[in-house]
Design a protein around this ligand. Structure first.
Ligand code: ADP
Ligand code: 5GP
Length: 210
């Protein structure tokens, strides 16, 4: 059974850094590569960070109901393809999605047992420092991202886990622990433990099991 991990955060909180640590350091995970109409940034490669498409193609795909969820973020479309879950299942891997709060709310309605994780910078001031130190965005973009962060943070209540990214090492270890702990929840391991129990012989009748 594929477990689904949805990770959201206001831009600049450290989500990409933490998700990249998670993908590199925890076994058996696959990342959902979203479709977006935004332009590639820096060294981003088509098909790796995102599938980069234009608005017409996005709208065509949307009208064909190709997306599990989609949202308009910072004036660009972003969407998770219908096949993302199937691809993870075929590979026998768990699925990690980096999507915004609108997308997380839509997906949680379709995949009830999805695990949702919200990442937060320790304060607005530190978020601003991180956005500036990344030096990828214009002043206008930084100010819009800060204003959006104030709004997105209000939605933290939709999430199962809220991780404050203060010390990077600790936050990365905590994110990995969440994934590992969720994987051994009883409900997710029933299939795996049945054959183990069988090696101990037939199950006892409840009345005999004193
Ligand atoms: P996001 O993906 O949420 O937009 P990034 O992962 O790009 O954020 O991080 C924004 C900036 O903050 C980057 O320059 C990154 O190296 C830095 N950063 C991330 N986590 C921490 C942390 N715990 N302490 C200090 N700097 C951090
Ligand atoms: P960025 O352009 O900085 O990579 O991402 C901007 C925002 O879009 C981030 O909050 C990211 O989580 C979100 N995002 C990326 N892919 C998707 C997606 O497929 N669906 C939704 N709803 N949001 C996405």
């Amino acid at each position: 059974m594929t477990s689904v991990f949805i990770i959201s955060a206001p831009s600049g909180s450290g989500k990409s850094t933490l998700v990249s640590r998670l993908m590199n350091e925890v076994e058996n995970l696959t990342f959902s590569v979203s479709y977006t109409t935004r332009k590639p940034r820096g060294a981003e490669v088509d098909g790796e960070a995102y599938h980069f498409i234009n608005r017409t193609e996005f709208e065509d795909r949307l009208s064909r109901d190709e997306f599990l969820e989609h949202a308009d973020v910072f004036g660009n479309y972003y969407g998770t393809h219908q096949t993302a879950l199937q691809i993870a299942e075929n590979k026998g891997k768990d699925l990690v999605l980096d999507i915004d709060v609108q997308g997380a709310a839509q997906l949680k309605k379709r995949i009830h047992d999805a695990v949702t994780i919200f990442i937060l910078a320790p304060s607005r001031e530190i978020l601003e420092q991180r956005l500036r130190s990344r030096s990828q965005d214009s002043e206008e973009t930084i100010l819009r991202r800060l204003a959006d962060a104030a709004r997105e943070i209000q939605d933290y209540g939709l999430y199962d886990y809220v991780l404050v990214n203060e010390d990077l090492e600790l936050a990365a270890e905590t994110l990995k622990s969440i994934v590992r702990a969720e994987r051994v929840k009883r409900i997710r391991v029933e299939e795996k433990i049945r054959p183990i129990l069988a090696t101990f012989g037939p199950a006892l009748e409840p009345e005999k099991a004193v």
